[in-house]
Design a protein around this ligand. Structure first.
Ligand code: NAP
Length: 242
């Protein structure tokens, strides 16, 4: 039984490939999104309860291999799973979609991490954050700016920064959708994590069309010495040859 650590569009697509090839698989979601799109395989929801809980789950569910298709910035689950699988001799694959590369006409500025945004973005700008709800609380160093933060579910909590608001919306968004939004809000800057992926690219193309600057937060390197694939069909092939 393969455990597919999920929470991304690509993980859901990979679940579809595995199901189509009759590979026994259980998908795991962290439970961050209130009403996630269904997976075409058995799905469990919620954290495992730390490293011990994860080991207990591997035993109880009879997991023989793990495909980690979590978001490229979900560093804690990836580091822990790679370490535990290596220690227990469980085959582990990290699927990570290719990073976005800038195209002609893009105005991108790389930030090493969230803290580095203060260096990259001049004070007092209008900023659209597409970095997820959890990161907004870490943006207090940008509170001199007006900030809009896109989230999938309407938060119960008030917006944590002095100027700005939540923008609720569920991906995927087309470039046309994004341009309408940017034309309405008139942000000077778009802040994104270099997550990669075809679907998320639309906001970058819209930013270029709207003449916006992009602060691109660099992708964490991830654990050394692990097996990685960047294409879904390569990940499927790995599963089929176990
Ligand atoms: N980070 C992002 O920017 C981002 C963006 C889009 C989607 N996501 C998705 O949201 C989820 C959480 O991301 P994160 O950055 O908070 O992760 P994280 O910091 O690496 O992990 C935090 C904790 O969340 C639980 N967890 C994470 N992924 C899980 C999964 N697929 N199944 C079960 N438990 C999981 C684990 O809890 P326990 O210790 O209790 O096991 C883990 O220790 C991931 O599945 C990721 O794919 C993240």
């Amino acid at each position: 039984m393969i455990l597919l650590l999920a929470g991304t569009t690509e993980a859901r697509n990979l679940a579809g490939y595995l199901a189509a090839h009759d590979v026994a698989c259980v998908a795991s979601l962290a439970g961050v999104t209130r009403d996630p799109v269904a997976y075409p395989v058995e799905t469990r929801v919620g954290g495992f309860g730390g490293a011990d809980g994860f080991c207990a789950y591997l035993d109880a569910a009879g997991i023989t291999a793990v495909i980690d298709a979590t978001h490229p910035f979900a560093t804690r689950i990836t580091e822990r799973t790679a370490r535990i699988c290596a220690a227990r001799g469980v085959p582990y694959l990290r699927y990570e979609r290719p990073m976005w590369l800038s195209r002609q006409g893009d105005t991108w500025h790389e930030a090493a991490d969230v803290a580095d945004l203060a260096r990259v973005i001049p004070r007092g700008k209008r900023i659209f954050l597409a970095t997820g709800r959890q990161s907004v609380g870490d943006m207090t160093h940008l509170e001199h700016s007006a900030i809009w933060a896109r989230v999938i579910d309407a938060p119960d909590a008030p917006f944590p920064l002095p100027r700005g608001d939540w923008i609720v919306g569920r991906p995927p968004f087309s470039q046309a959708d994004e341009q309408v939004l940017f034309t309405d809000l008139k942000p000077d800057w778009l802040v994104v994590k270099n997550a990669g992926g075809a679907a998320g690219r639309a906001k970058l193309d819209a930013a270029r069309a709207c003449g916006m600057s992009v602060a691109m937060i660099a992708r964490p390197k991830g654990p050394d010495g692990i097996t990685r694939r960047e294409q879904l069909l390569d990940a499927l092939e790995w599963a089929l040859t176990l």
